[in-house]
Ligand binder design. Structure first.
Ligand code: ATP
Length: 608
């Protein structure tokens, strides 16, 4: 090998590549690996689709069992410093809210209660499954309801680094999209406010901050219902959000209004399948307090009336949906019109009713809890027996586990797919860089790729005799002697320069590997392959080369006999005489047009 290197050749030991006869040529094993990897990826993807379908079914069952309209209640911590010793009239007992006033005790049931100690994370954990539903293609609506100052904005937006539902939801969407390799997701954001019966676009450029009846005409938009029942808010700015940072920037920009409706449109597609589109509405409703109590007048009074009107329309719609009424009064307010395709059939609704623990707010607290009771009146009026409740809980736990297991398995599958895809990419790059290098070689008269096979002495008697005698005489065969050309070049080039050049040459074949104990001999001189050398060409769709030796070709399975690798071998370098060399293209054409037997015979003759 050293000798060959001194001669201007680089012998690259290529240990792992196996060659196979294929369509009259030899296929590098990379091609074989590529198709095996592609098959593996497609099998993993199919398993992923199947599993994701099962997970979705389990999630739908779970949400149906829990109720597609769910009502939670969150109690704000006491913020008064004076009455910390005074017992709050609001307590949480057995997942029920109990309100006590002089001589009165009222109990309210909801789907989940968050007491004063509950954290933003506790709330978000309950919200997560419904977000998954939005990613699966369902329209989802999460609403924060309650008296002013009870924590609606805190729950939805958060403050002081304690992120609320909206920023966490956005984060969750992007995180899921980056992990789920079976679908491609895209998100866009719109934000609006329903103010005094008109819809205002909160993301219009240079939208002024106003709270008067004057309205920027560009922000007055209309609501249209499409034939399919989908709702379009005509002219509403919809911004594509590519990443979490951009999403948060737009959200921060739009959340200037007191009651904000944030819409995130989710589009997902897989392969050639049609794109699915769903909406996630995150709504911070206006304060629900009674106007008489606030003593409002003038514009504030009008604003309050408008808010109350839309909240009562929302209550009517939710109650009608809960009772499965044939008529749902969506048209009674702009708010319910906008949300109509995200409150009804196939949608998931979550309402978080906020209450104050303060004695002063007891009247408003009872009103808010009555609203919650009305929204879930079907279930609260139909008390389930203990046995049924237990069965329901058991089924919910089973479905939870099923979803959890499927998600874990999907995560593992995703990892496997990513690994396989990385390998595939590497193999493809390898193949194309080898092809490119070979193509360069073909185009350059000064550099010809010569692949030298190891001649197995046991398999080639003639060759054995020749090599034995050469070895015993310590001389090289005539065709291995340097030509005049190469001698001139070598005398003029320094050894270090040659080394640099060779290093570069090797780098151009970063992972070229040959098995069956073959090696590449890369020659930079004009001399090229002799007939018995194996020439590669990248101009063919698959890398093809001529066979090595007739007796190395296993005629029964059309592959090079790789068992020869275990036999003792010697390595030879060849520099062919230009006069004896057939041009590569002629050589290839002639050989590839022969049958295997003829090819084998030709090679055999070349050696003899
Ligand atoms: N669960 C909570 N934990 C800690 N602080 C809270 C919580 N809920 C509300 N607060 C605090 O109470 C105050 C009022 O909350 P917030 O502004 O969210 O009420 P709101 O219902 O949105 O009022 P408005 O109707 O005026 O928008 C804020 O200072 C907020 O940080």
């Amino acid at each position: 090998m050293e000798e060959a290197a001194m001669e201007g050749h680089v012998i690259v030991p290529l240990e792992k590549l196996s060659l196979e006869l294929n369509n009259g040529g030899i296929m590098l094993n990379h091609d074989k690996d590529i198709s095996a990897l592609q098959e593996e990826i497609s099998a993993l993807r199919s398993r992923q689709r199947h599993l994701d379908h099962r997970r979705q079914e389990a999630l739908d069952k779970l949400i149906d069992l829990k109720g597609s309209i769910r009502v939670f209640c969150r109690v704000r911590p006491s913020i008064s410093t004076n009455n910390f010793m005074i017992k709050s009239p609001v307590t949480v007992e057995n997942e029920k809210i109990v309100v006590r006033a002089v001589g009165i005790k009222k109990e309210f049931s909801v789907d989940r209660v968050f007491d004063q100690e509950s954290t933003q994370e506790d709330v978000f954990q309950e919200v997560k499954p419904i977000l998954r539903s939005a990613l699966d293609g369902h329209n989802v609506c999460i609403l924060a309801y309650g008296q002013t100052g009870t924590g609606k904005t805190y729950t939805m937006e958060g403050n002081n680094g304690k992120l609320g539902i909206v920023p966490r939801a956005i984060q969750e969407l992007f995180s899921h999209a980056s992990q789920d390799s079976s679908f491609t997701y895209s998100f866009s954001i719109s934000m609006l406010e329903v103010y005094m019966g008109t819809v205002r676009d909160l993301l219009t450029p240079r939208q002024p901050l106003f709270r008067s009846t004057e309205c920027n005409t560009s922000s007055i938009i209309s609501i249209l219902a499409t034939k399919s029942g989908a709702v379009e808010v005509e002219g509403l700015t919809d911004i594509a959000i590519q990443d979490l940072k951009k999403a948060n920037q737009w959200y921060c920009r739009g959340r200037r209004a007191r009651s904000t409706l944030t819409r995130i449109t989710i589009k997902r597609s897989s392969g050639g399948a049609t794109e699915e589109c769903s909406k996630l509405w995150l709504v911070d409703l206006g304060g629900s307090e009674r106007l008489l109590k606030t003593g409002a007048s003038g514009l504030t009074m009008d604003e309050g009336k408008a808010i109350n009107l839309s909240l009562s329309a929302l209550g009517d719609v939710i109650a009608a949906l809960r009772r499965k009424r044939s008529h749902v009064p969506y048209r009674n307010s702009k708010l319910t019109q906008i949300l109509s395709d995200s409150l009804g059939d196939g949608s998931k609704v979550l309402m978080v009713v906020h209450i104050s623990p303060s004695d002063d707010d007891i009247g408003e607290t009872v009103c808010s809890l009555s609203f919650a009771k009305r929204a879930r009146s079907i279930e609260s009026s139909k008390e389930l027996s203990e046995d049924i409740k237990k069965l329901k809980q058991k089924r919910i736990a089973e479905l939870d586990k099923e979803i959890c297991d499927a998600e874990q398995e999907l995560k593992d599958l995703n990892e496997q797919i990513k690994r396989a895809e990385t390998s595939l990419e590497e193999r493809k790059k390898l193949s194309s860089s080898a092809c490119q290098a070979l193509s360069d070689e073909k185009g350059s008269p000064r550099s010809t790729l010569v692949v030298v096979g190891h001649i197995d002495s046991a398999e080639s008697p003639q060759a054995t005799e020749k090599t034995k005698s050469r070895a015993s005489h310590g001389s090289v065969p005539h065709f291995m002697s340097p030509t005049v050309c190469s001698r001139q070049r070598h005398s003029s080039a320094s050894h270090s320069a040659t080394k640099t050049m060779l290093t570069k040459s090797v780098n151009r074949y970063p992972a070229a590997e040959l098995s069956v104990n073959h090696s590449f001999s890369y020659s930079s001189c004009k001399n090229a392959a002799k007939a018995r050398s194996v020439a590669f060409s990248s101009s063919m769709p698959k890398m093809k080369c001529l066979p090595f030796k007739s007796d190395q070709i296993n005629m029964s399975n059309n592959s090079i006999d790789s068992t020869a690798a275990s036999a003792p071998r010697r390595r030879e370098s060849f520099i062919s005489r230009p006069a004896q060399r057939a041009p590569l293209h002629q050589h290839r054409r002639r050989m590839s047009s022969l049958t295997y037997n003829e090819r084998a015979q030709t090679v055999h003759e070349a050696y003899s």
